[in-house]
Design a protein around this ligand. Structure first.
Ligand SMILES: NC(=O)c1ccc[n+]([C@@H]2O[C@H](COP(=O)([O-])OP(=O)(O)OC[C@H]3O[C@@H](n4cnc5c(N)ncnc54)[C@H](OP(=O)(O)O)[C@@H]3O)[C@@H](O)[C@H]2O)c1
Length: 356
């Protein structure tokens, strides 16, 4: 029998994964939330979608709007909604007995810490990034780039070699197993790139409706300097836990098998980045997901560890002032992650390298 997985989240990243997995012989069911059905409706109206770029060809995915179908179809559920949508899914999923299911959140952004008290799941895994750089318009999927590898870890227990092999079999990309979900979160470098590129180009985004290239035009030397200041905090937090941390450029290079020498070189010359247009407005997940669910979480960890997190605080505050949303409050702060009562030593014991 063919392996089966459910992809829970019917946007570009979910459909790119569906196309990739189906072409590798996996039976896929895609779930679309009934209130978030734009791309699913476009695909259903044709009965297929066409992918161009790093994935090409036609895919006829099975699509459901009913979470019961998802839970029955497969014991592997891959969440591909933005982390800001994970709690909507959590409210649905917690009505089911999932103790035999494995849930893989792509990206995780510490979903397992938010969900573990409510979700009766056999295993929750978190990945750092979607393996595909892609967009979808009118049911046509454009895949600008595909990562060679991505990071993944389990919330509880060190996975056995057999379990890791079973999960690896699902994905065409190489999985880099991390010690735990905090290490995975810290390798989601979207938190380093996106908010600052958006905020430092806010006027241009609003004047042009996003009619410029976000990386190629928007990531200039001074934007790069600010990005590197945020990156230093991310690296310092990781090193405090004993993780082997690479800088943002090295992390991106490793994902795509590239060798850019710095951020400006990457912005000008990286194929998956240099052609990406800016979003049409500031209320975009480059801010609305990456500030609350990455920067706020990293800020909370840095504070507990006694690390100077002022560059993160500056970006979070600027994003909050710009959008009128208090991200420190609404984001994945230590309270939402159920870590507020932990001491520095508790945190280090729970998440440092070698802790089980
Ligand atoms: N696409 C990429 O190139 C890329 C690259 C790196 C990382 N990622 C990450 O991968 C994830 C998915 O990316 P994507 O481009 O597929 O994102 P997306 O189009 O913004 O969202 C994926 C799907 O989730 C739905 N959704 C949004 N909020 C929801 C909620 N509260 N409840 C239920 N469903 C909800 C969306 O519906 P609506 O259309 O109605 O919002 C869409 O159908 C994101 O976390 C993104 O940051 C994507």
């Amino acid at each position: 029998m063919k392996p089966r997985v459910c992809i829970v989240g019917a946007g570009p990243a979910g459909f790119a994964l569906a196309a990739d997995l189906q072409s590798h012989g996996t039976d896929v069911l895609v779930y679309s939330h009934p209130k978030h059905r734009r791309d699913a409706t476009a695909v259903l109206s044709k009965g297929y979608f066409e992918a161009t770029g790093a994935i090409s060809g036609f895919t006829m995915p099975r699509i459901t709007f009913d979470m019961r179908d998802v839970v029955e179809f497969s014991k592997i559920l891959i969440l591909t909604v933005p982390s800001t949508g994970q709690e909507t899914l959590l409210r649905l999923l917690k009505n089911f007995d999932l103790h035999q299911h494995t849930i893989i959140a792509i990206p995780g952004n510490l979903f397992s810490l938010v969900a573990e008290a409510e979700l009766n799941a056999g295993c929750i895994l978190e990945a750092n990034l979607s393996p595909y750089a892609c967009r979808m318009e009118d049911g046509v999927l454009q895949v600008f780039g595909m990562k060679r590898s991505f990071s993944i870890a389990a919330r509880h227990k060190t996975p056995t070699a057999a379990f890791k092999a079973k999960i690896q079999k699902i994905f065409p990309q190489e999985l880099r197993w991390c010690s735990n979900v905090v290490e995975v979160s810290l390798t989601n470098i979207n938190g380093v790139f996106h908010p600052l590129m958006m905020l430092m180009n806010a006027g241009r985004i609003e004047n042009t409706g996003g009619d410029f290239l976000l990386y190629c035009d928007g990531l200039t030397r001074s934007v790069a300097n600010a990005i590197l200041a945020v990156d230093r905090v991310r690296v310092e937090v990781g090193e405090a836990f004993g993780f082997q941390m690479d800088g943002v450029v090295e992390t991106s290079n490793a994902c795509y098998g590239a060798s850019f020498k710095d951020l400006v070189d990457l912005a000008q010359n990286s194929k998956p980045h240099r052609t990406l247009k800016a979003p049409a407005g500031i209320q975009n997940r480059n801010i609305t997901e990456d500030v609350p669910d990455l920067l706020v979480a990293w800020y909370g960890l840095a504070q507990k560890l006694g690390i100077d997190a002022s560059p993160l605080e500056a970006v979070i505050n600027l994003a909050s002032m710009t959008t009128g949303t208090n991200y420190m409050e609404s984001g994945r702060n230590l309270k939402r992650l159920h870590l507020q009562n932990q001491s520095k030593d508790d945190l280090l014991e729970q998440f440092s390298i070698g802790s089980a």
